[in-house]
Ligand binder design. Structure first.
Ligand code: NAP
Length: 251
């Protein structure tokens, strides 16, 4: 396992796709920092599962929509685990199904703060620690985007789709900026995946409503997304940077 002993921080690692990344990462030998914001019990469960399987993990509470909380989290991870090797920018939110002409300013600001600014600030903190220009030993970053970046999220959440478009562009730009500093930066674009996020946007039946649009006629499972994330983090992807992998059942 090429990740043995490496340190992985997964934002939003307490549930859904992030929890799968945390568990699979631990199974490959990463020591895992599991970030969460609202559900300490879910984070503790992921940490407990990893430790029960013989791995090392710790939960870190921080709102990735808040710069000071992000900075404090990275410092806490430094103290607990030492130098960071891998970051998965997974934490993300949707909001209620609305047309653009119904959005409040607060809604848009929160969406961008968590999905875009949070991703960029977490990456900033990771680059500070990983960059060989700054005395680091390199590393890998994977950003979790969405097929919504391509499709546009119309009649549901165009603001969310636009936030993921920003994540895609950030992935390409950052990858080129740090390509000679030992850091690879890639993204995955999940299609509709079986997690709590749909209910959190007021659409618990969203998967059933959309499944016919997917060539494979099913939603993805969190582990199927996590396998792609772990590949991009791994040395198997040593020549892949600035890549954005669709993991979406064909759409
Ligand atoms: P989820 O089941 O709703 O889980 C969200 C996770 O993010 C939880 O661990 C949650 O922590 C954490 N989180 C939410 N807001 C946060 C914040 N402000 N600060 C820190 N952590 C926060 O979501 P998911 O479906 O697994 O989605 C994960 C990523 O995949 C997101 O970026 C999402 O946009 C993307 N994605 C999902 C789908 C899909 O169909 N599910 C499709 C495409 C892309 P708590 O447990 O503490 O609340």
């Amino acid at each position: 396992m090429n990740a043995e002993g490496k340190v992985l921080l997964v934002t939003g690692g307490s549930r859904g796709i992030g929890a799968s990344v945390a568990r699979l990462g631990a199974a490959r030998g990463y020591r895992v920092a599991v970030n969460y914001v609202s559900q300490p019990g879910a984070a503790a469960a992921v940490v407990g599962e990893i430790r029960a399987a013989g791995g090392d993990a710790e939960a870190f509470k921080a709102d990735v929509g808040d710069e000071a909380e992000i900075v404090a989290m990275f410092e806490a991870v430094d103290r607990r685990f030492g130098a960071l090797d891998a970051l998965v920018n997974n934490a993300g939110i949707v909001d209620m199904k609305q047309r653009v002409d119904e959005y409040s300013g607060e809604r848009i600001a929160r969406m961008m703060a968590v999905n875009v600014t949070g991703t960029i600030i977490c990456a900033r903190e990771a680059v500070k620690r990983m960059s060989t220009l700054r005395g680091g030993r390199g590393g890998a970053i994977v950003n979790v985007s969405s097929m919504a970046a391509i499709i546009g999220g119309f009649n549901e959440y165009v603001d969310y789709a636009a936030s993921k478009g920003a994540v895609d562009t950030f992935t390409v730009g950052l990858s080129r900026e740090v390509a000679l500093e030992g850091i690879r930066v890639n993204a995955v674009r999940p299609g509709i995946t079986e997690t709590d996020i749909h209910a959190s946007g007021g659409q618990p039946d969203r998967i059933a409503a959309f499944v016919n649009n997917i060539p494979m006629k099913r939603a993805g499972m969190p582990d199927e997304i996590a396998h792609a994330v772990l590949y991009l983090l791994s040395d198997d992807a040593s020549y892949t940077t600035g890549g954005i992998l669709n993991v979406s059942g064909g759409r």
